[in-house]
Design a protein around this ligand. Structure first.
Ligand SMILES: [Zn+2]
Length: 59
């Protein structure tokens, strides 16, 4: 993933928008960044999935 996009998404989703939890790991939530995708989830059930191959002009 592009570093600036990675940072943008990480900052955008650092807090769970549903409950405000900022923790990752130990059953609190998670964060997975791969080449084209960004996943962040929380123990409360909130989750987001971003696929940069959709709607992007960068390659
Ligand atoms: Zn949450």
């Amino acid at each position: 993933m592009l570093m600036n996009k990675c940072i943008e998404l990480t900052e955008k989703y650092v807090d769970c928008p549903a409950c405000g939890n900022t923790f990752i790991g130990n059953g609190e939530g998670g964060l997975v960044i791969e080449e084209h995708t960004f996943d962040r989830w929380c123990k409360c059930g909130w989750k987001v999935h971003v696929d940069l191959r959709e709607g992007t002009e960068d390659d």
